[in-house]
Design a protein around this ligand. Structure first.
Ligand SMILES: Nc1nc2c([nH]c(=O)n2[C@H]2C[C@H](O)[C@@H](COP(=O)(O)OP(=O)(O)OP(=O)(O)O)O2)c(=O)[nH]1
Length: 140
């Protein structure tokens, strides 16, 4: 069996200490994934640490600089299995510079209010992740 490819992504929230809104990104490509929502991020390049890759992807995809919070540790060796090919690690994050825009790979961004984090059609592999995330932050 070949090793899964590591994807790193961010659950970008308005405030790491008290999240009210989560940033979801709608994929524009490839056609099989277009129209579904995901956590911004991407694959780790050779020689990069996961955190370096995440900062690079967020700069390229959204034009923002972020501060990272805790990692949402998954059930698959600490990560989240997405498909036969991909496994993902996900960090909480907060924007420290820039206004996010859908620069590449996405055609829309949406700040989802707490209580509505599962309300858009996420990629199949992300559904259980966003449910686990939402369960951490209960609406008052
Ligand atoms: N970024 C991201 N990818 C996800 C998520 N959920 C999910 O199943 N994936 C899948 C979609 C892709 O098949 C794969 C990651 O690929 P990607 O297209 O984001 O990676 P990348 O930015 O490095 O892409 P590229 O340079 O190779 O075009 O993981 C998610 O929440 N975020």
């Amino acid at each position: 069996m070949t090793r899964p490819v590591l994807v790193v992504a961010a659950a970008i929230v308005d405030d790491l200490d008290s999240p009210r809104e989560l940033l979801a990104a709608r994929r524009s490509a490839p056609a099989s994934l277009a129209g579904r929502w995901e956590f911004p991020g991407g694959k780790v390049d050779p020689g990069e640490s996961p955190e370096e890759a995440l900062h690079r992807e967020l700069r390229e995809e959204l034009g923002v600089r972020v501060g990272l919070g805790h990692e949402l540790v998954g059930p698959d060796g600490g990560a989240w299995r997405l498909t036969d090919t991909y496994v993902m690690r996900l960090w909480m994050a907060e924007i420290v510079d820039g206004i996010p825009e859908p620069l590449v790979e996405h055609d829309e961004l949406q700040w989802l209010p707490l209580g509505q984090w599962t309300a858009v059609p996420w990629l199949d592999g992300d559904v259980r992740i966003v449910e686990a995330l939402a369960a951490q932050y209960v609406t008052d």
